[in-house]
Design a protein around this ligand. Structure first.
Ligand SMILES: [Fe+2]
Length: 136
């Protein structure tokens, strides 16, 4: 079972960004599955940390692409990335400190944020990149 589907809804026709988004979808689904199956907290937290690490790697790649192509909406896009990482890192800390209980609600947030961000913010970036490279 998965919480997030890799489908045309979130495919942007940019090979690198799509490949990394697909990996993110897999990581979110693994995290969701681990919670659903009530796996050990340590295993769930390891998955959450992996998700944070990969997200940071992916955001850096996107941000490099934006800088390289002098993307005009760089700052608002980066601000969305920063807020997301801060929120997820905060969840991680609060869980570690026993102030937040691991729940499927966290995965709902991840899914909604990712889908919205990909469909709106990343789509805008990919459209810009495609136009710039003369594909559209
Ligand atoms: Fe993005």
């Amino acid at each position: 079972m998965s919480i997030l589907a890799w489908d045309k809804n979130i495919i942007l026709d940019h090979p690198i960004i799509d490949q990394q988004h697909q990996k993110l979808v897999i990581l979110v689904n693994e995290f969701y599955e681990a919670i659903r199956k009530k796996e050990a907290n340590s295993a769930i937290m390891e998955l959450l940390q992996g998700l944070i690490d990969y997200t940071e790697f992916h955001f850096k790649d996107e941000q490099n692409l934006m800088r390289l192509n002098q993307y005009p909406d760089y700052l608002p896009h980066v601000s969305e990335h920063r807020k997301f990482v801060a929120h997820v890192a905060d969840c991680y800390t609060r869980i570690s400190e026993g102030k937040l209980v691991i729940s499927l609600e966290i995965t709902s947030f991840l899914r909604s944020w990712l889908v919205e961000h990909i469909k709106v913010t990343d789509k805008k970036l990919c459209t810009f990149l495609a136009q710039k490279s003369g594909k559209q």
